[in-house]
Design a protein around this ligand. Structure first.
Ligand code: DUC
Ligand code: ZN
Ligand code: ZN
Length: 468
């Protein structure tokens, strides 16, 4: 007797779309086919798609910020929101503060997550202080323990690494087989433009976009790729927003570098004009890199269609709009410079790409699955346990109604914030049911479990040949 059978659905993987029932026992998928036998529970997926649960490999939850502003999501609300959006695994970032050991940062982060998650979680590290002991001892040991990826920043005064430091981090990745993710924006150029904007009294949110133009990202992308070439490591270029950066990735690949490209919903759907809203409303769209214009949206779509991007992530980085922690009045200082950078989106990531990409005829269903689940598992060492519908894989499934039409309203979402940057958008295709580790956790859009079912997952090292 199986624990659960998902019947009469259409299974979609990154490779195939086929009619099959899915039988589940002890948290795993154990049989595919028809007439599989009896189960304690039956999920009728007639007319629906059976997808591997989404994996969002780029989210920020409960991450401390430089000036003490607290994020809108803790692990409970962030993973709950993720689950309702069809995700069964998220990968938040564990930030090392300056002077802090990685181990101390991780202990604190695990304590926040433990017992509070609705999805499985696995952590990337953010390296802000790559001291000799961090690089020589801590990091290699942590890679062996399953923290197999880390992010470095080329921007933000308190986070950025110098090129020499990035090279040293990449050298550790080279020796250990870990994967480096890079936030590519040129801090010195941004600082120059920020000072010029403030001197001209251009304090509004839209100045966030004009002080971080595409050239700032293009230059840093080129530099990050060059450093990776010198260090002889693969690299992930995260949250790519524009065609010039995409061209840099394509050129580096043509030189033989292994590059993984990631883009996000905001670069397909928002523009810098959104930051120019009335009464500081534009702050709701402040994220880095900033959204660009419609031509750059098309460039990002082409990158998804043609394969420049393997990853479609939310970069969920939630701050409230109102209140003392909000974007509206950041610490009482009315300059764009103080607006916390980041927007929410973990719940709307998959519906937006499904609606505008699959229903919109731009990408196939299998490509959708690859971009939202399979490639994340492959890139970050969770495949084939996660990221596919196959015998032996974790029974993590999103049951998708491809015809269900919804208008995004923050009031209907499940995060801890107070707005959605995608408010009012009409979406076709939405998850109705989610199975996590064999348990039917969302039934007909109702949450049926309490927090704590999701657990921390250590990861293998990446095997990038899986992606090609
Ligand atoms: N980088 C991110 O990855 N997320 C939000 C803000 C940022 O700069
Ligand atoms: Zn970033
Ligand atoms: Zn991010």
């Amino acid at each position: 007797m199986f624990d659960l059978i998902v019947r009469n659905g259409t299974v979609a993987t990154a490779a195939d779309v086929f009619s099959s029932d899915v039988a589940i026992k002890d948290g795993r998928i154990v049989q595919l086919g028809h007439d599989l036998g009896e189960a304690r529970e039956v999920l009728d997926a007639t007319g629906k798609l059976v997808l591997p649960g989404g994996i969002d490999s780029h989210v920020h939850i409960a991450q401390p910020s430089g000036d003490g502003i607290v994020m809108a999501d803790d692990f409970e609300s962030g993973t709950r929101s993720a689950l309702f959006g069809g995700n069964t695994t998220v990968m938040p970032f564990c930030l090392q503060q300056k002077g802090q050991s990685l181990r101390a940062a991780l202990d604190g982060y695990h304590a926040l997550a433990e017992g509070n998650c609705y999805t499985d979680v696995s952590f990337h590290l953010i390296l802000s202080d790559p001291t000799p002991s961090v690089l020589g001892q801590e990091l290699p040991a942590l890679v062996e323990e399953g923290y197999t990826s880390f992010k470095v920043f080329m921007t933000y005064e308190d986070l950025r690494l110098q090129d020499s430091e990035i090279l040293k981090v990449m050298a550790v990745a080279q020796q250990t087989g870990a994967l480096v993710m890079v936030h590519c924006e040129n801090e010195d150029a941004i600082r120059f433009l920020v000072d010029a904007h403030e001197a001209a009294a251009a304090f509004g949110p839209v100045s966030h976009a004009t002080t971080r133009p595409a050239a700032v990202e293009r230059e840093a992308t080129h530099r990050a790729l060059t450093l990776a070439e010198i260090a002889r490591v693969p690299v992930v270029i995260v949250h790519v927003s524009n065609g010039a950066a995409i061209e840099e990735i394509a050129r580096a690949r043509s030189r033989g570098l292994s590059v993984i490209g990631e883009t996000c919903p905001q670069y397909l759907t928002l523009t810098a004009d959104d930051l120019d809203g009335m009464d500081w409303e534009g702050a709701k769209f402040v994220c880095s890199p900033p959204p660009r214009d419609q031509a750059e949206q098309q460039n990002c779509w082409r990158g998804l269609e043609l394969g420049t991007f393997e990853l479609f992530s939310s970069d969920h980085c939630p701050f409230r709009y109102d209140g003392p922690q909000g974007k509206r009045n950041p610490r009482g200082r009315k300059s764009f410079r103080h607006i916390p950078n980041g927007i929410p989106g973990v719940e709307t990531r998959m519906p937006i790409l499904f609606s505008e990409g699959v229903v919109g005829g731009r990408i196939s269903l299998s490509r959708f699955v690859a971009l939202t689940s399979t490639n994340h598992a492959k890139a970050y060492g969770l495949y084939p346990q996660k990221g596919t519908v196959a015998i032996g894989a974790d029974a993590d499934l999103a049951i998708w109604d491809p015809r269900l039409t919804r208008t995004i309203r923050h009031a209907d979402l499940h995060d801890g914030g107070d707005y959605s940057p995608y408010e009012g958008r009409a979406i076709t295709g939405w998850p109705t049911d989610v199975v996590l580790g064999g348990q039917w956790v969302i039934r007909d859009e109702e949450l049926r479990v309490s927090k704590g079912l999701g657990t921390y997952r250590a990861r293998q090292k990446s095997n990038l040949s899986l992606l090609r």
